[in-house]
Each structure stands twice: as C-alpha cells, then as structure tokens.
Design a binder for this molecule. Sequence first.
Ligand SMILES: [Zn+2]
Length: 429
Amino acid sequence: MLLDNPLLSGSLSPESMSKIAETLVNHKKPLILCNTSTEARFDKVSKLAKAFPELDIVMQGTTWNTNRLFFEVMDQNSNLYFDISSNHTNGILEITKKHFGIQRALYSSTWPQKSMGAMKSMVEYADITDADKTLVASGNACRLFGISHNELTLYDDSQCKLDEIALEADAGKPISVPVIDAHSHIGAKGCATNTTIMKFSSPDEIVKKLDRTGIDTTFTAPWSGISYDGIQAGKEILDAYKNYPGRFLGYMCYNPNYPNNLESAKEMILQNPDAFVGIKPYPPSFGFELTDDVMKDWFEFADKHHLLVLIHGGNAHYAEQTDYLSSIYKNATFVLAHCGVNFSIAKKCAEIANKRDNVVLDITITATTRKMVEFLVAEVGADKIVFGSDMPMRDLSPQLGWICYADIPIEDKKKILAENIKRLLDKRI
Ligand SMILES: [Zn+2]
C-alpha cells in the first residue's frame, strides 16, 4: 500500500492506521510512504514503526540533507526500509551496511524522473560485496513485496547499445579514459558536518573513491572554506595537493566578512600557482551577494590570472548574477554549478553559456535528471559542459554514471569528463 503527501501530513497516527497496518501485516505486504524527506515526518514515521513492529515500512525520497534525523529513526526501528533514489549521501550503501544492515536499502530511480544509469552506478561502485549489491538491486524488494526472484526477467544487455565508457560504469569498473572532477569538497577524517552528515570526507578517504571510479584528479573547495575560513581551507588544499600528487587541486575560498584575509588568500594562490585552479565564492554561508562591492577585488584577481570561478548555481538568481559577472570579468572562466536540477533552470543556464565564451556548465545535483545531459549537449554543445561530483556531500558515483550512460557520442563524453576542464585550466597565467 502506498501513501502519498496528503495522508502523511495528517493521519499517520497509529490510531488511524491500525486497521490498515493489521491488514498489511496479515497479507505480508509493506506500507510505502512517499516523499518522506521532510524532517518533521520522521517522528510520525518512527511512532508508527514502533506501534506496529511487524509492519514493514518503506520510506521513499529520503535525502542526504536530512540524514542526521533519518539515521536515528533507522537505528531505532528495524522495520524501516528506504529507497536510494534521492539519498545520495557519500557512501550511503556502505553506511547502511555497517549501521543498519544492507537488507534495508532498495534500488530506485524514480524513472522517468532520474537517470536509471546514474542510480545503477551508485550500486555498482559501492564498496560492498556482489551479494550485497544484488540485495539492493532486487533481493530486498523481492523479499518485501513477496516476489519470486526466479520470476524476474532480466533485460537483454545486447539491446542496450552501451559504448566503452558506459560498459565500464555498468560493470562498476574504474573509467579508463581521463576523468577530472571539476567540483568537489573535502572535510575532516571520518565525518564532516555543515548542516548535513558527510562521511568519508577526508582526502585519504576520497582518494579511495577516486581510485574505485577511475577519476584522475578532483578540484576541491574544502568545507572549512565555504563555511567559515578560506585561509584554513587553503592549507587543507595544499596538504592534499602535496600528500596525493596529481589527485587534488583546489579552489581558494575567501570569506568577505574577514576582509583582512583577502591579501593572504591571493598570496596563497600566487605562491602555489600549480595547486590552485581558481576561486569558489559561497554566498549562502557568508550572507553576501556575488555582485556586492566586497567581492570586486577578489573577482578582479581571478580575472587578472584567468582563473576558474566555481559558482554555486541551481537557481535563476545565481544564474543571472553569473550572466552579469561573466560580462565584466571576461578573462575568468565561470563554472556554473547545479545546472541539471531541472529543465527550466538548465534552459536559463544554457542561454547564458551560449551568450558568453567564458561560461561553462556543471550539472551536478541529486536530481540526476533523466535526459538532461542529452538536452544540454544539444543546447550548448559538449564543449561547454564539465563533470563535477560535489562529493562528499553527494556520492560521486551517480553523478559520474549520469554522464557515462548518457545517449551522446563517446567523444562528447570524453570532452565532458576531462578534456574541457583541462583546456580551461591551461588558460591560467
Ligand atoms: Zn559544491
């Protein structure tokens, strides 16, 4: 039985659900709760799970940014299950296996909304056994829904027309062509937090993930830098750069609430020109607008040295500001992130990228919108799209699979995965 939003907001109380719960338990069927991403609902779900411990409850649509509460209700109620379609927190399947049991995670792509391949990659690249992967892919759903595994008809691989890159992703093998991740973060060992839980966030742990997926280099902006202190972030970048040669390059961060740090931030880049690819302003944390006067000097510096400027996008406001800034600072290259959130935003970002030579699009976002890669390649051309993962907030595997499975020529995939960003990096002076 499936319950959608309206019922969830009101009558999920054990009293009103008792007859339904009893019937489902008697028929050995689960209750499926849609859109359980709102934190306020976890308490209701937990009460229901406790009131009916025999009832299996599948939570759909939990997201990485509510895991601090979601993990608690999973820990307290062994009859709760979840689908992985939107819970892309870094290493979610490894976390599930260790803390809750792998039998509690179900594959889902919410097709036709999300790229099926992106979601398959999350399972294939997870650091769990093949038997565990089979449970997530089908075994857990079969058990919960009373489906015989033998009755399932597998799809015919020969009909899929996968190129070499997609075949590697499909097998969970490291991608063998060059791959550069143009948008990531690093944090503390074990677990970093901002408002969310980010496991496996240190450079040591991230390198393991890069190796599993075949990513050569990642361009990172440490969480410290986009949360509070750019200078601290610069030191973290230099440590990662030195400890793992070739694997980490960085975006320098500057918090305009501490204007005395501006010259030190510039100096750090000038002293280590090979370690830094550009700058990452982050207005959501620091309470300023990209177009504010306090940012002028920092953007002028990026322009003077032809640096990358990674812009937190995903909405019309930041897209419009990028349009304006890229018209002024023509020597800097603006990497507009999160363009793949939906087709309306993607269209707006595509208009800007088509208008400005110095704007490229990074699609990373949990939405992993189906047909988005194909749409943007048609709108702006493969030369203006770059791959970014946004790990460790997001697991990088679905973001990589989103590109690898796209229905575009393999030459275009190579451009998006590495060639474009390499070309733009060479512009630094
Ligand atoms: Zn990010």
